[in-house]
Design a protein around this ligand. Structure first.
Ligand code: URA
Length: 315
């Protein structure tokens, strides 16, 4: 079969393609601008398989495949997604003015990418913390509009009674205090809850929250008389804490990244889903037809896939 002729390199004379090639090479760390020009003049640089014959030449760093002496150059910044199993005594920031250990001290990605924590865990909270350099996805994962829920496993002091369980499920009202005085009250959202073990001196339970208020789980449980002894985040949206020991990190798999994107309405099929959601909302606004199915939101149970065995694997 006849091969398609290579694209003529004269394409590269079109300045609307993007950036000058020597600049792109220099930014990718190949060498100084001058040295990169020399590499081009020596015929060692190819764009999409074709030797660059002359300067000036413009390339599209995000889409062109650029090689120097046969080696591919990484031009656009690669997005990196990491799961850290955060230990206690670690701040969820990149640096700490008080010199405490930070999550950035624990996650040193070989690419040198600067990774930002997605949301925060308290200094003493353990478990799943995502880090990424994909700012857009990170914002969506933390924005209340996208309602990405989180599941926490708490070990608390005392036996949490049925009344306490009901109060938490309905949504606790907490006093807002300033300078030692009560200045108001706030109602926290309803919480889904599952008790794993209830003993006279301790209770082990999972709480599923959509909100992300400061020390929310600790405040909820203290309000029902069961202060937290140990708190571990075990799930964020579709991502479960697994395959990573305490204090260690790993990259998310392609499947996990796809699931995260889906959770915030991005990725394959997002346009279709948005259209479906819009038509559903239009239908909901119409007067209900007789015999139509109720559109009331059903409460969702916490998934049963995070029993004690699974948590043991990760801690
Ligand atoms: N709720 C808390 O109380 N602490 C955390 O770290 C996260 C949620």
């Amino acid at each position: 079969m006849a091969r398609r002729p290579p694209k003529p390199s004269s394409d590269l004379r079109d300045a609307s393609r993007g950036e000058r090639i020597q600049l792109v090479l220099a930014k990718a760390g190949v060498g100084s601008r001058r040295a990169c020009e020399k590499l081009v003049q020596e015929g060692r640089v190819k764009v999409n398989g074709v030797v660059v014959e002359e300067l000036p030449a413009w390339v599209d760093p995000a889409n062109d495949k650029i090689t120097v002496a046969g080696k591919r150059i990484e031009t656009a910044e690669r997005h990196v997604y990491v799961m850290l199993n955060k230990p206690r005594n670690t701040v969820s920031t990149q640096s700490d003015p008080d010199g405490r250990r930070t999550v950035s001290d624990l996650v040193k990605h070989p690419s040198g990418a600067r990774l930002y924590p997605v949301g925060r865990l308290d200094y003493d909270t353990l478990g799943l913390l995502l880090l990424t350099n994909d700012g857009e996805l990170a914002n969506k994962l933390t924005h209340p509009k996208f309602g990405v829920d989180k599941i926490y496993r708490a070990v608390v002091r005392g036996a949490l009674d049925d009344e306490g369980i009901e109060r938490i499920k309905r949504g606790i009202v907490l006093a807002t205090r300033k300078a030692g005085k009560t200045v108001g009250a706030e109602r926290l959202g309803a919480v889904q809850l599952r008790v794993h073990r209830r003993e006279p001196t301790r209770t082990v339970l999972d709480l599923k929250l959509e909100e992300g208020r400061n020390r929310q789980v600790r405040r909820i449980l203290a309000a029902v008389g069961c202060p937290v002894k140990k708190l571990t985040r075990i799930q964020v949206g579709p991502i479960e804490l697994k395959g990573v020991a305490l204090g260690q990190w790993r990259e998310l798999t392609a499947t996990e990244i796809r699931a995260l994107r889906k959770a915030v309405g991005e990725g394959a099929g997002a346009a279709k889903r948005a259209k479906k959601a819009a038509s559903k909302s239009r239908a909901a606004k119409k007067p209900a037809a007789r015999g139509a199915k109720s559109t009331q939101k059903r409460s969702v149970r916490i998934t049963s896939s995070h029993g004690p065995d699974r948590s043991r694997r990760t801690r």
